[in-house]
Design a protein around this ligand. Structure first.
Ligand code: ZN
Length: 121
C-alpha cells in the first residue's frame, strides 16, 4: 500500500495517508478536514531519528514557506535533508536535480523502487 505524505498548512504538521491510488486532487486533511494538504515525497523511509530532521526542517520557516508554495527548490532541499547524504534511486536523483533547477518533475518518482532501504535493518 503506497504511503503518501502531505503537509497540512492548517495544522502546520505532516500527515501520512495510505491511498490505493494517487489522485491529482489532494484529499482533505484527516486531522482538521480542510483541503489544505500539500503533497510531499515519501521515498525516504521514516526512522525514529527522522523526527529530529523534521523538527529541523519545520523550524526553517523559509523552507516550509517554499514547500507550501510548491517551490521545487524547497522540495529538493527537503528531500536532500531527508536523505542525509544516503544514496537515492537514480531516477529520484534526476527529479531532485530538476527541482534544484527550479523545475517540477513531471510526476513523482516511482514509489516502487527505492523502498529497499526501508527494510534494511
Ligand atoms: Zn489539517
Amino acid at each position: 500500500m503506497p504511503i503518501y505524505e502531505y503537509w497540512c498548512s492548517h495544522c502546520q504538521r505532516k500527515v501520512m495517508l495510505y491511498l490505493p491510488t494517487f489522485s491529482q486532487s489532494s484529499p482533505p486533511c484527516p486531522q482538521c478536514g480542510n483541503n489544505t494538504l500539500q503533497r510531499l515525497f515519501s521515498t525516504f523511509s521514516m526512522h525514529k531519528t527522522d523526527k529530529n530532521i523534521y523538527d529541523d526542517i519545520l523550524s526553517d520557516s523559509q523552507l516550509t514557506k517554499g514547500m507550501l508554495s510548491n517551490d521545487p527548490r524547497a522540495l529538493a532541499e527537503w528531500n536532500k535533508r531527508m536523505s542525509r547524504g544516503e544514496e537515492v534511486a537514480p531516477e529520484y536523483k534526476e527529479a531532485i536535480d530538476k527541482m534544484e533547477r527550479g523545475e517540477m518533475p513531471a510526476k513523482p518518482a516511482s514509489e516502487d523502487s527505492g523502498t529497499s532501504a526501508e527494510e534494511a535493518d
